[in-house]
Design a protein around this ligand. Structure first.
Ligand code: GDP
Ligand code: IMO
Ligand code: MG
Length: 427
């Protein structure tokens, strides 16, 4: 039985939530392995719409155990409010498991995220302001607070003291903000202990045992390949590893246990926040994609930047993630264009380049080389099989598949669970 990774192939918001939810019914565990509540995953079930930030999208499938792995950064206030929001809508969240080794986002991380962005001015990253970068920085600096620490008051106090020692100097002297007291933080974090205790578990052991027992485990990425801190458009990235390797470090499951890596790929491209984006459109087509695609951030409400499909990025995602499949989403949004340009390569300083350049300078100078494909005007939202798509939509999908380096095994033709054409089974 398989262990699968499902991740974003572009800059996030590809439709990972919908894809995860679709598989949720046949999966035993859905595991978030990195990121935190910077994610915004939309799931539409019947006439109900859910926006999940920290919780794995599998939480909406009754048979599935949702897991927050050690690689995630957890804001406990957000976690509890997301849980109670779902409980109020009749969703049972009691099966949730949280790794005791996951790091916590505390109010000083959120404050530092916001003030440091302000400090960067024009050079800002455009973060979600959720404290993600500062929490991961503390983890790597070895001054982070982990979920398990809130169950031992004396360890917690020592760790908060160590974390605040330096931060208070930065907050007061550099950013002119009031220092944060150790007591304030300790008291707040201890206040979560009773509510979280029942969820905390040795998730590494549970997940490895589950895989050995033949259970199906799905690792759900947040963000996307080009937001990866190692493989993305650094420094305009998030502070974790959404790429496939992150599923191993972020859960303690080894790479030999993972059978399949599915890249969620939007039929065009979007990006939120700052940073290079070769196929970005500043004209009516960009506005049209934004309007028809509903391209507005689920977490911050910001308009998403929109552009044509970029096959160089898709090929890169195949390479750095070892993708076995693509799930192409939002094909329905392209209905109505007479011709659809697709970026097949870049021109950089007068030369054609087929692979994503590793140099930041080159990527900033990359100009898309387009091939234009014929569009279609028929409504495709009711299509249930590949044959039911108009010929030109079929050709668009086939062209993308040839350029992207992995089979397109499913196609999204609408936001709902059943608005999906399954070509190859994922399980
Ligand atoms: P995620 O962060 O990758 O989970 O994606 P988001 O939820 O941020 O953004 C994707 C948006 O597209 C959501 O509003 C989904 O409901 C919607 N969506 C997903 N798949 C499809 C699709 O195939 N067609 C259409 N029209 N919308 C889709
Ligand atoms: P999902 O899971 C799109 C972007 C932010 C910013 C950069 C760094 O819904 O696809 P951060 O707060 O993480 O330090 O911000 O990353 N970003 C996302 N963009 N979708 C997301 O998540 C994102 N999570 C972070 O806009 O540019
Ligand atoms: Mg999103």
């Amino acid at each position: 039985m398989p262990a699968l990774v499902l991740l974003g192939a572009q800059w996030g918001d590809e439709g990972k939530g919908k894809a995860t939810d679709l598989l949720g019914g046949s999966v035993d565990y859905v595991v978030r392995y990195q990121g935190g509540n910077n994610a915004g995953h939309t799931v539409v079930v019947g006439d109900q719409k859910y926006a999940l930030h920290l919780l794995p999208s599998g939480i909406l499938s009754p048979g599935c155990t949702p897991v927050i792995g050690n690689g995630v950064v957890v804001d406990p206030a957000v976690l509890l409010s997301e849980l109670s929001g779902l409980n109020a809508r009749g969703i049972d969240t009691s099966k949730l498991l949280i790794s005791g080794n996951a790091h916590l986002i505390t109010p000083y991380h959120t404050t530092l995220d916001k003030v440091s962005e302000r400090f960067l001015g024009k050079r800002k990253i455009g973060t979600t302001g959720r404290g993600i970068g500062p929490a991961y920085a503390d983890k790597i600096n070895r001054v982070g607070i982990r979920v398990q620490d809130i169950f031992d008051e004396s360890i917690l106090r020592q760790k908060v003291e160590a974390a605040l020692d330096f931060k208070n100097q930065v907050l007061a002297k550099l950013y002119n903000r009031r220092a944060i007291t150790v007591e304030q933080v300790v008291e707040e974090l201890l206040g979560y202990a009773d509510q979280l205790r029942g969820f905390v578990a040795d998730t590494t052991l549970i997940l490895n045992d589950a895989i050995d027992d033949g259970k199906v485990v799905l690792f759900e990425g947040g963000q996307g390949t080009l937001l990866d801190v190692d493989h993305g458009t650094y420094p305009f990235v998030t502070s974790s590893n959404p790429t496939a390797g992150g599923a191993c470090t972020g859960t303690g499951v080894g790479p030999t246990k993972i059978n399949r890596v599915i890249g969620i790929l939007k039929a065009y491209t979007t990006r939120v926040g700052a940073g290079p984006f070769p196929t970005e459109l500043f004209d009516e087509d960009g506005d049209k994609l934004r309007t028809i695609g509903g391209e507005r951030g689920v977490t911050t409400g910001r308009d998403r930047r929109c552009g044509w499909f970029d096959a160089v990025i898709a090929r890169y995602a195949t390479r750095v993630n070892g993708l076995t499949d693509f799930f192409l989403t939002k094909l329905d949004v392209l209905t109505g264009w007479e011709r659809i340009p697709v970026c097949v390569a870049y021109e950089i300083d007068g030369k054609r380049v087929d692979e994503l350049p590793y140099s930041q300078t080159d990527f900033h100078h990359a100009k898309p080389i387009y091939e234009t494909l014929p569009g279609w005007s028929e409504d495709i939202t009711q299509a249930k099989s590949f044959d039911q798509l108009p010929k030109n939509a079929q050709k668009y999908v086939q062209a993308l598949e040839e350029m992207s380096g992995a089979p397109i095994s499913a196609i999204g033709v609408g936001p709902g669970r059943d608005e999906t054409i399954q070509i190859n089974s994922f399980l």
